[in-house]
Design a protein around this ligand. Sequence first.
Ligand code: GLU
Length: 373
Amino acid sequence: MKSTLFRNDIKGIKTVVVKTGSRILTCSGHELRVKNLVDDLATIHHSGVKVILVSSGAIARGMSALNLQKRPEDIPLQQACASIGQNGLMNLYQQHFTKQNILIGQVLLTWDDLRNKKRYLNLRNTLFQLLECGCIPIVNENDSVGIEEIQFGNNDVLGAQIALLTHADLFVNLTDVGGLYDKNPQKSADARHIPLVPMTSSSVQKFACDKKNNLSVGGMSTKIKAAEMVTKAGIPTLIGNGFDSNLLSVIKDKNSATLFMPSPKKMPSKDRWLAFAGQSRGKIVVDQGACSAIKNRGKSLLAAGIIDTCDNFKTGDMVDIVCIDGSPIAKGLVNFSSSEIQLIRGCNTKKLREKLGKIRFDEVILRDNMVVV
Ligand code: GLU
């Protein structure tokens, strides 16, 4: 059964993360759309594939409960909408999933839960445990507590983060168009559908015809950015139509989706956190020699190659490693504080002890704690 659900070019799917947007869940006809979505998720789940749903729709449902036609600009009002709407959203899912005999678990998150490594790992354990219990976790942003700097901004990035965190084998991003087109399909009848993107690169961003609407945030460009993150880590991504089409068609039918092919190498968990979730506390500027040793020869960062630091950071913080022209090379967990690095920059390893006394590491950033970006 499992093998016939997915298109031939995405094989061996054990865990899938599906993200659905607000319009799918709230615009006219949503009763049938939600039922169909849940039925399709149930089919995938009953076939033995683990399923996680990332669902928007809290703010939009809250808006409708409060008779608001337009998404409010005012943050507290958006948060009130989310608080009211999230209940309704979960109630709706609960009703439909109960009919399918499937338990669901609600998980609400802010960026802080991912930036903090301990919370990131706890969250991973919770999601794995929910899957182990046979549940479908339903994840949304915790909009009623999220203030600007801890907000994801849109659920495309949240969906990508959940796919990365749970080592999913597929990320499906459901929207109201059938994926990527060379022109806006709602404006040009001759718009051509792009069924396959071999390697996500900034060149496909030109096809992102974003449109604003009154219900949701994010458009095709945030979906491409999310696909870029996920495929870099080795996970294929489908962007497809969950509005006029069904999830099962999106995962099976080339014409209702665009498949973004992944990088052939799966990125290990700790690299995923460094590359996509951790927050940099500062920068280390390195010379050409260190730049090439890190990029081309898989080396650790030594004090000898360091030219300067920016911002104050502590031992154990995550920092960006950049070239002299400011271009990013890598991210990593640093073994010395910025003030210690100011004393040892340019020094060879022997001199570190002279300058700092007792030291725990010869390397400023160990290769094992670094990811090249
Ligand atoms: N978390 C928001 C909600 O549930 C949606 C954000 C988005 O539209 O991507 O309403």
